[in-house]
Ligand binder design. Structure first.
Ligand code: FES
Ligand SMILES: [Fe+2]
Length: 449
């Protein structure tokens, strides 16, 4: 949403605390993670009724450009139409059901989508334009009639979103208030500079549960305790009626509970200090003052490095703004980009899923090549990044996310055990309960979500 007077995105993210929802206490059992029946119900009642990310808008900029995206047992075809609108279709030929397009991405270059089986052709708006032996159909020529089956498609934040429910609500309403909060990041200007998909031996909810709590940080990511206030007492957790959540966690130094040395903190933040040419030595005896000093320094030094921080609050320059969008998206916002994570269900095995890790980079205006401090690497604005795919352990998603990924397979094994009695969670993990209750809301109802 933009400010009507200035036509500029709103500055800063609202830090207003959301009202706490009333949550139940029933156990979140293992069967939710390993039952084929439960997965089938999720598919029918939830996956086919929610807005899902299919790709980035800049993947299909010209008419005839297309991508295909596997979502559970479906393949979705997104194509830039001659009307300069993105259309989304089930990727299935309307003759006798062959998968129409097998490539992950491509361009028609003025041609049509042509089925490999009997040659039926569909244009980039999904209209059937040519069939072999058109005079031989007693029921009438199918051209213009047996078109591709189109589904709702919209864009926000530079993402292509699709929904398999023809009666779905508007995307912006669905995403509220996350869409308003993240307006200042202008994510539509970000470029995907890292794209990994891992096939993992764990249910998709294992992934989203993990990103809905920070209780694991001292153990899975021990490096975090020296550089951020990971303790729940210093964080804010918000749950919204639309099913989305967020966590605000102070960064730029540890919390007051940290009893370690300043050397460890300085070591953990060393690359940031170097990048920002920041001298931390005055803060050896007072780490609590480090965060604000770093914010002030970045604010001043940002422009020299080509950043535009004018839309960010001071907290956004150091802190962790972590959002989870129902059902399967997590964003972790940084001043120069975002880590973007999603898990999609496996077509037929509830104990597996596809985990996607993207890094989206915000390039300073006019920059073609850019050193991303978050990525610790040079990235290019002009190239579509290569899609790396493999199994867990074969490809890195970066050190921090690799630590998360490493735990999920062993958790799935435990969730399958007859000895697992359901979770026993502290209050700080309540976003997980909220997440599961939102799933249940879909599973038990056909009414408006
Ligand atoms: S199934 Fe596509 S043309 Fe026959
Ligand atoms: Fe983690």
């Amino acid at each position: 949403m933009t400010d009507i007077d200035t036509n500029k995105p709103r500055a800063g993210i609202s830090r207003d605390k959301a009202a706490e929802p009333e949550l139940g206490q029933g156990p979140i059992d293992g069967f939710r993670y390993n039952s084929a029946d439960f997965a089938a119900l999720e598919w029918e009642q939830m996956w086919t009724k929610v807005w899902l990310v299919a790709g980035r808008v800049d993947q299909i900029s010209d008419p005839g450009d297309y991508i295909t995206v596997p979502i559970g047992s479906e393949s979705i075809l997104c194509s830039m139409g001659s009307d300069n609108k993105i259309h989304a279709f089930y990727n299935v030929c309307q003759h006798r059901g062959n998968l129409l397009v097998s490539a992950e991405t491509g361009s028609l270059n003025g041609g049509d989508f042509t089925c490999a089986y009997h040659g039926w052709r569909f244009d980039n708006d999904g209209t059937l334009v040519w069939v072999h032996c058109e005079e031989d159909f007693p029921q009438g020529n199918p051209c213009g009639k047996r078109n591709l089956v189109e589904i709702p498609c919209d864009t926000w934040g530079g993402f292509i979103w699709i929904n398999m429910d023809q009666e779905c609500k508007d995307l912006f309403d669905y995403l509220s208030p996350v869409s308003e909060h993240l307006d200042c990041y202008q994510m539509e200007q970000m470029k995907r500079t890292h794209w990994v998909t891992l096939e993992g031996g764990f249910n998709w909810k294992v992934v989203q549960d993990n990103f809905n709590e920070s209780y694991h940080l001292p153990f899975v990511h021990p490096q975090t305790v020296t550089v951020m206030n990971e303790h729940y007492s210093g964080c804010q957790f918000d749950m919204y009626p639309t099913g989305h959540c967020r966590m605000l966690m102070p960064g730029g130094g540890p919390g007051p509970q940290y009893k370690g040395s300043y050397e460890k903190t300085f070591q953990g933040l060393q690359e940031d200090f170097n990048f920002w040419e920041f001298d931390p030595s005055p803060f050896k005896d007072d780490l609590s003052a480090l965060r604000v000093a770093l914010q002030k320094h970045k604010r001043k030094a940002g422009a020299e490095k080509g950043y535009d921080f004018s839309l960010y609050s001071d907290e956004q320059l150091t802190d962790h703004y972590h959002y989870t969008v129902f059902p399967n998206v997590s964003f972790s916002m940084k001043p120069d980009g975002c880590i973007f994570l999603m898990a999609y269900p496996h077509p037929d095995n509830p104990k597996k899923c596809f985990f996607n890790m993207w890094y989206l980079t915000k390039f300073p205006e006019g920059a073609k090549e850019y050193y991303s401090n978050s990525m610790r690497d040079w990235v290019s604005v002009d190239q579509q990044v290569e899609h790396e795919t493999g199994k867990v352990g074969e490809i890195s998603c970066g050190h921090g996310i690799d630590q998360d990924v490493a735990i999920w397979s062993s958790q799935q094994q435990g969730l399958n055990s007859r000895g697992y009695r359901g979770e026993y969670m502290p209050y700080q993990e309540r976003r997980i309960r909220f997440f599961h209750e939102n799933i249940d809301r879909y599973l038990s109802s056909n009414t408006d979500k």
